[in-house]
Design a protein around this ligand. Structure first.
Ligand SMILES: *[C@@H]1O[C@H](CO)[C@@H](O)[C@H](O)[C@H]1NC(C)=O
Ligand SMILES: *[C@@H]1O[C@H](CO)[C@@H](O)[C@H](O)[C@H]1NC(C)=O
Ligand SMILES: *[C@@H]1O[C@H](CO)[C@@H](O)[C@H](O)[C@H]1NC(C)=O
Ligand SMILES: *[C@@H]1O[C@H](CO)[C@@H](O)[C@H](O)[C@H]1NC(C)=O
Length: 478
C-alpha cells in the first residue's frame, strides 16, 4: 500500500477517469455480499466463509452532542462459525478498504473458527466505503482523528452488544501497524467493553520523523541476500553523483517522469525523487513474504551484466509501469485540488493523519547514505495542503500529547499482547518495555505482521511459535 505523497504521482495516470467517476457519498446498507463456499485450499483452510457486508450508523463528531450528523461505517462479518456464548474477534482495519481476508483467513480468524467466534473486519473512518463526509476538504478531514476512530470502535461494540445476543460474548480487538496501535489503545481505555487486544507490529511511539525505517530496509535486504542492501546503497550513491552533477537527462532516461524531465536544481524535486526510490524498497521490504526480496529485488540488483547498481535501481523503481511527477509543486497542487473521494486511493487522508497527529515521516539523513529526504520535504506538503498550522512544532506537541495519553513505548492497559518482527522496518516504534500485563513477542526473521496471516508452507519456527503464544493468551482472556 503506497500511502505517501508519491502515491499521488502513481495515480495521475488515471486521474481523468477518477475525477469523472461518480462518487456517491454514502452507500446505504445494501444486500449482503456472499462469497460462495468451496473446498479447502492447499494450506487446509476451508474456503467456505460467507462474509456479509454491513453498515452501522455513527456520529460524525462523537465529541459534540449538538452535532447530529451521522454516516454509515462499513464492516464485514462472518457469523457461520458462531456458537452461543462465543467470542467476537474484530480486526480493526487501518488506512485501507476492508476485504475480510485477515478477519476470516488470518491466524485469529482461524482461531475464531475453532472457538465459535463471530469474525468481523471493521473499516476505519475516511477509508474504503466508510465515508463520513461528502467531500474531502480540510474542514471534512478535521473529523479524521485517532480519538474519533476509537469512539467509532467503542460505539460499534456498544451498539452491537445491545442489539443482538450473538455479540454478548467477550470481544477481542486486533490490528496491524497503525491499526494495531488503535486496537491496543482502545482496549486500554475501555477494559469494560473489550476482553483483550492483540497488536501486531504496532507503531506505539509517536514522533515527527522516523529514521530507523530505512536502516531496517537495508538490513532486511542484506539478510535476504548478503551484499544486496549494499548494492542498493551503491545505486543511491551513483544516483546522488548524477544529481550533484546536474545531469537531469540521465535521470530522465532512467526514470519514467510524467513530463519526461526533472529539475535537479530544485531541492524538493530532488528529495521527491529520492523519496520515490526509497519508498519502492521500503514497500518491498514491508510487504515481503518468504523469498520475495530475493526474487523481486536482489536477483535484479545482483544481475551485473544487465546494468550498474543505479541502472538496476531505476529499473526496479520503474517496474510498475506508472509515471512519476517529478515536480513537487505539482504533487502538492494535485493534493490541494483533491477534495473529492477517489476509489482505492487514500493518500491524502493518510497524509492528513500524519501531518495532523502521527508524524512518523520516513526521513533519511545524509550520514546514513546519500538518500537524503528531510522532514521539511514532508512539512511542505502538510503546510501547503492542510494549512500553516501543521508545522514541526505542531507535530512535536502532538507526539508529546499522544505519547502521554497512550503511554508510547510504555503502553497503558492490560491484557494486550504485542508482536514485533525483526525485518519489519517499523519495529523500533513498537519495541516497548514488556510487562506481564502487556507481553511483547519478538519474532526473529519475520516481516511486517506475518504473525497475522494464516499458516504458510514456509513459516519459520519463530512465526509459528508467536501465533501459538498469541492464541494461548487470547484464550486465557475469554
Ligand atoms: C479465504 O481463503 C480461501 C482459501 O484460500 C479463499 O477462497 C477465500 O476467498 C478467502 N476469503 C477471504 C475473505 O479472503
Ligand atoms: C511473495 O512470496 C509469496 C510466497 O512466499 C508468493 O505467494 C507471492 O506471489 C510473492 N509475491 C510477489 C509479489 O512476488
Ligand atoms: C488544480 O486546480 C486548478 C484550478 O482548477 C487547475 O488550474 C490546476 O491545473 C490543477 N492542478 C492540478 C495539478 O491538478
Ligand atoms: C517454500 O520454500 C521452497 C524452497 O525454498 C520453495 O521452493 C517454495 O516455493 C516455497 N513455498 C512458498 C509457498 O513460498
Amino acid at each position: 500500500m503506497r500511502l505517501t505523497p508519491i502515491a499521488i504521482a502513481v495515480l495521475l495516470a488515471n486521474f481523468a477517469s477518477a475525477a469523472t467517476r461518480n462518487s456517491a457519498p454514502f452507500r446505504a446498507p445494501g444486500p449482503p455480499l456472499v462469497y460462495p463456499p468451496a473446498d479447502p485450499d492447499d494450506r487446509g483452510i476451508p474456503t467456505k466463509a460467507v462474509l456479509l457486508d454491513r453498515y452501522v450508523e455513527q456520529k460524525l463528531d462523537h465529541n459534540n452532542p449538538n452535532d447530529a450528523r451521522t454516516w454509515f461505517q462499513r464492516y464485514l462479518i462472518a457469523d457461520e462459525f458462531y456458537t452461543p456464548g462465543g467470542p467476537v474477534f474484530v480486526f480493526v482495519s487501518g488506512p485501507w478498504k476492508i476485504d475480510g481476508e485477515i478477519a476470516v483467513n488470518g491466524s485469529i480468524g482461524l482461531l475464531g473458527r475453532d472457538l465459535g467466534a463471530v469474525l468481523i473486519d471493521l473499516e476505519h473512518r475516511f477509508y474504503g466505503k466508510s465515508k463520513p463526509t461528502e467531500s474531502l476538504t480540510n474542514e471534512d478531514l478535521a473529523f479524521l482523528t485517532i480519538e474519533q476512530a476509537i469512539s467509532d470502535i467503542v460505539n460499534f461494540a456498544t451498539f452491537l452488544k445491545q442489539n443482538d445476543e450473538m455479540f454478548s460474548g467477550p470481544w477481542i480487538l486486533y490490528g496491524s501497524g497503525y491499526s494495531a496501535s488503535l486496537a491496543a489503545w482502545t482496549r486500554a481505555q475501555h477494559p469494560d467493553l473489550f476482553a483483550g487486544a492483540y497488536a501486531s507490529c504496532p507503531r506505539l511511539h509517536v514522533t515527527p520523523y522516523f529514521e530507523d525505517y530505512y536502516r531496517v530496509v537495508y538490513s532486511a535486504l542484506e539478510e535476504a541476500s548478503p551484499g544486496c542492501g549494499n548494492l542498493v546503497r551503491q545505486g543511491f550513491e551513483e544516483m546522488s553523483m548524477i544529481v550533484a552533477s546536474g545531469d537531469s537527462e540521465t535521470l530522465a532516461q532512467h526514470f519514467t517522469f510524467c513530463d519526461g524531465k526533472i529539475d535537479t536544481r530544485d531541492p524538493y524535486d530532488v528529495q521527491n525523487l529520492y523519496n520515490i526510490a526509497n519508498e519502492h524498497f521500503g514497500q518491498e521490504v514491508e510487504t515481503a513474504r518468504v523469498g520475495n526480496l530475493t526474487d523481486n529485488v536482489c536477483y535484479w540488483m545482483e544481475f551485473e551484466s544487465l546494468g550498474t547498481p543505479f541502472e538496476m535501481l531505476a529499473f526496479l523503481v520503474n517496474e510498475f509501469g506508472v509515471c512519476y511527477i517529478s515536480d513537487y509543486q505539482e504533487v502538492l497542487e494535485y493534493a490541494v485540488n483533491s477534495t473529492f473521494w477517489q476509489e482505492d486511493y487514500y493518500g491524502k487522508q493518510w497524509m492528513y493523519q500524519q501531518c495532523s497527529e502521527l508524524g512518523q515521516f520516513l526521513t533519511t539523513r545524509s550520514t546514513l547514505g546519500p538518500t537524503y529526504v528531510s522532514i521539511d520535504y514532508f512539512l511542505l506538503y502538510c503546510k501547503t495542503v492542510f494549512g500553516p498550522q501543521y508545522n514541526l512544532l505542531h507535530l512535536e506537541q502532538s507526539a508529546a500529547r499522544l505519547n502521554e495519553l497512550y503511554g508510547g513505548l510504555a503502553p497503558k492497559g492490560t491484557k494486550i499482547v504485542y508482536t514485533v518482527a525483526s525485518l519489519d522496518p517499523w519495529h523500533t516504534l513498537g519495541s516497548h518495555f514488556a510487562s506481564p500485563e502487556s507481553p511483547l513477542i519478538m519474532i526473529q526473521g519475520a516481516s511486517h505482521s506475518l504473525d497475522l496471516s494464516g499458516p504458510g508452507q514456509n513459516d519459520t519456527f519463530f512465526v509459528q511459535d508467536a501465533r501459538r503464544q498469541v492464541a494461548e493468551l487470547i484464550q486465557s482472556w475469554l
